[in-house]
Design a protein around this ligand. Sequence first.
Ligand SMILES: NC(=O)c1ccc[n+]([C@@H]2O[C@H](COP(=O)([O-])OP(=O)(O)OC[C@H]3O[C@@H](n4cnc5c(N)ncnc54)[C@H](O)[C@@H]3O)[C@@H](O)[C@H]2O)c1
Length: 264
Amino acid sequence: MVENSFSLQNKIILLTGASGKLALSFIRKFLEYKAIVIGLDIKDEPPVIDSLDANLKKNFHYYKSDITNKSDLKEIFNDLSLKKILPNTLINNAAAGQVTFLNGSLVEFTQFPHEVWDANLRVNLTGALNICQVFGKYLEDTKNGSVINMSSTYGIAGCDQRIYGDSGLNSSIAYAATKSALIGMTKYLAAYWGDLNIRVNAVAPAGVFNDHKDPFYSNYVNKIMLGKMCEADDITNALIYLSSDASKYITGTVLSVDGGYTAW
Ligand SMILES: NC(=O)c1ccc[n+]([C@@H]2O[C@H](COP(=O)([O-])OP(=O)(O)OC[C@H]3O[C@@H](n4cnc5c(N)ncnc54)[C@H](O)[C@@H]3O)[C@@H](O)[C@H]2O)c1
């Protein structure tokens, strides 16, 4: 039955960046779809967790941790192993370096600081690599798993600088480079792990509406076939599909959730 194949019963989902803006929507729906969710973030636990029903909340576990620190992750692995809730689904969602506005002003490409570049690569790429290495061994041992890497339209298409004006949202070179590299990592690992029944896919969303104002909003929406910005729920649904058995024959793909942005 279609309904059953989209269920997340028996899925234990590790989600990085669990205190970020979009994660709140992901966590709520994963729990409603009967997953156990393990959230990791360098920030404190998202306060919204307190608003969840007790029967959902009991399936949420939170670790304040830095994904660039592999020994932190090994400790979490050991703790989850003791609790017998090692994840079979890994979502590399944490990110840094979305914008080129640093300390309140626009930084030109030629002045983009190396320390920011290095820091963004450490979170967006090395962090994802660490998660796959530390938790991937369990997927290998059980010959089962789904890994989802959060890319972006800017990992696929060039960032049109003309649309930003003084919005402060100008996307950065480090963001494009890492989101594109995550697609390479997705395909590498899909090929590497295919015969162990571990699926690896990427999701590439367009910008999620967050009270954006004109002219940026109209400029952005003009680039989208469906004529509106993304909603967090659109991404949640793609993640549910790729986490669930409904996508059991899907690996090595990039699922664009972008209203057609990259398909013109
Ligand atoms: N929001 C959008 O419009 C949009 C569009 C396309 C793609 N995405 C992607 O979706 C994902 C989620 O986006 P978001 O808007 O929720 O981002 P966000 O910035 O709100 O959340 C990212 C989270 O990652 C965490 N993080 C950063 N460094 C970390 C580290 N070293 N260890 C652990 N956690 C760390 C941050 O604390 C933050 O809570 C990101 O990968 C982003 O690139 C977002």
